[in-house]
Design a protein around this ligand. Structure first.
Ligand code: ADP
Ligand code: MG
Ligand code: ZN
Length: 477
């Protein structure tokens, strides 16, 4: 393709507060329609909003985690538009003085290099309600439970140049909001959602091309698919000498294509003005320091540390830091057994296979970090073989029993006692005289065959190191 792709994302994250941003109503997902409402979030005349301090704290936390400058004096503004699920006729958001601005995140590219993506601003706002359109009758229903849920909107600079970069940026935002605990990151339920602005231009062109905005992207896969589809659509129009219309488009994941939704408004269409019902928010040093102290090590930094200090391959580090629960599990194991690569392999292969197969989260895995380390210690001490450990892990996952107990109950302990192993070896050698003389005639590759036979005869319980050593001694004579 001859065009350069330009992408900027606008990401809405629902803040994980128990109550709404300007009233005390619950934010719980899935309640009966309109059961979590009050005069404030219903937009009744004469009511007064009161800011939820926790929501402000979370917005600051996200801003700090995304390397933003926090605006110590920020304020709310009214964004006026009419929509059936917006009972006040305006959204309370932030305009000229958002809570955070001028941030950035460094994403890792496929070739391992880094790229810095600018964050223009992060502002707080309330969510609207939800309309659903009855497919059988000409009516639409409005549920205002979501109205007044606190959101932050994270606006990126138009710094991304491909769908993959946009995906990497979104993945990092997802990880950060979850690490900091400001948002549950559940994209299916809409707790974290993304609008993608896409335009094309010829390389070296001084100005950006006209952009479209794609709404309703509720998974990483859909973000990448929708952007690729939009790039193709715009390229076809430009190739034929056409022009791109600035508009908002809606992505349909089932059809794998987008449709025009409305022409794009400009800021002046919204008649923004400072909300006279809400005082400016002033943030002092003490509060800022307290929030800063509460931010854990973030995913990119953790990933770098795993690579540099623990010597893990970048791919392992990326998987292990993809969620804070997984990273915590891994680090708990590591605090008990200082073998990063061994632990990483078990966590990435066995543990992830287990929770993916059962659709579990790390929190409810039947094999705890302590339990896994107990198993690995049995291998380290030579009590069971590595192969046997896989079987024991599966039994732990099924029964929830400890590794020790499973090994004892099923008699799986490795046999290292040389007299017991010698007996088995003698039988194997007696049964295979032709191979024995071939070995002694120089076909030393047959060692593998003998080891295999002995291991099979011992039902996998013989200690392979002892088997090897005894076999070599016996075959010499
Ligand atoms: P709004 O969509 O609310 O009008 P902005 O005009 O500030 O807000 O832009 C929103 C997003 O669009 C930002 O993420 C910005 O980086 C991105 N953007 C702006 N211009 C372009 C462009 N020509 N191509 C792609 N993205 C763009
Ligand atoms: Mg927009
Ligand atoms: Zn309310």
């Amino acid at each position: 393709m001859k065009y350069e792709v330009v992408i900027g994302l606008e990401i809405h994250a629902q803040l994980k507060t128990d109550t709404k941003i300007f009233c005390g109503c619950s934010t719980r997902f899935g309640a009966a329609p309109n059961s979590q409402t009050c005069p404030v979030c219903l937009g009744m005349p004469g009511v007064l909003p009161v800011v939820n301090k926790k929501a402000v704290e979370y917005a600051i936390k996200a801003g700090l985690a995304m390397n933003c400058e926090i605006m110590r004096d920020n304020r709310f503004a009214r964004k006026n538009y009419f929509y059936p699920d917006l009972p006040m006729g305006y959204q309370i958001t932030q305009f000229e003085r958002p809570i955070a601005r001028n941030g950035h995140l460094d994403i890792t590219l496929d070739d391992g290099g880094k790229k810095r993506i600018g964050i223009t601003r992060i502002h707080m706002e309330n969510d609207a309600g939800k309309s659903s359109h009855d497919p059988y009758r000409p009516v639409s229903l409005v549920d205002l439970n979501r109205a007044g849920t606190p959101l932050i909107e994270i606006v990126s600079e138009p710094d991304m140049r491909s769908a993959e970069e946009a995906g990497a940026f979104m993945r990092q935002i997802h990880a950060i909001v979850r690490y900091t605990g400001v948002c549950d990151g559940n994209m299916e339920e809409g707790s974290l959602r993304c609008d993608a602005n896409v335009s094309l231009r010829l390389p070296g062109a001084p100005e950006f091309g006209t952009r479209t905005e794609m709404k309703n992207l509720n998974s990483f896969r859909n973000i990448e698919r929708a952007i690729l589809s939009e790039i193709r659509r715009q390229a076809d129009i430009l190739d034929e000498g056409g022009t791109i219309v600035q508009e908002t488009r809606l992505w349909n994941a089932d059809l794998g294509k987008s449709m025009s939704m409305r022409s794009k408004e400009d800021a002046h269409d919204y008649r923004y003005f400072p909300d006279p019902d809400l005082l400016p928010i002033l943030i002092d040093d003490a509060w800022l320091d307290q929030i800063r102290a509460d931010i854990p090590e973030l995913p990119e930094a953790k990933k770098e540390r795993y690579i540099k200090d623990l010597g893990l391959p970048p791919a392992d580090a990326a998987v292990l830091t993809s969620s804070i629960e997984l990273a915590r599990y891994f680090e708990t194991c590591l605090s008990l057994l200082d073998k990063p690569k061994l632990v990483a392999n078990w966590v990435m292969v066995s543990l992830l296979a287990l929770i993916n197969a059962k659709g579990l989260s790390i929190a409810d895995t039947p094999v705890s970090a302590e339990g896994l380390v107990e198993l690995l210690n049995l291998v380290e001490k030579g009590e069971i073989s590595g192969t046997m450990a896989k079987t024991v892990f599966e039994a732990m996952a099924e029964s929830g029993k400890s590794a020790r107990r499973i090994v004892d109950e099923k008699g799986l302990a490795q046999v290292s006692d040389s007299s017991a192993i010698e007996g088995i070896i003698d039988e194997v050698l007696a049964k295979n005289p032709a191979e024995v003389s071939a070995y002694q005639g120089g076909k030393t590759k047959l060692m593998g065959f003998f080891v295999g036979q002995v291991m099979r005869a011992s039902k996998g319980k013989a200690n392979p190191a002892v088997v090897n050593q005894l076999l070599e001694e016996k075959l010499k004579s």
